[in-house]
Design a protein. Sequence first.
Length: 90
Amino acid sequence: MAKTFESSLAELEKIVEQLENGDIPLEESLKLFESGVKLSRECRERLTEAERRIEVLVKDGSGNLNLSELSHDASVGEPAPVKRIVFGDD
């Protein structure tokens, strides 16, 4: 089963803390560093994918991005529009 973003990030934070302490042998440090780089890449890929999914969800029928602020009030059904970004010659 794949790790969640949050569990990967927590593991990465532990690795960074261990490396910063510097109380481990070189070979172990290298293994931790390699694991940290792998986790960092995985987290970055997940964030990029989440951004893509959000972008698809906020495009209007014309393909324009409509950025909106998420409502903090659960009774409000639609988020309030904040800014419109138009790409192209419009």
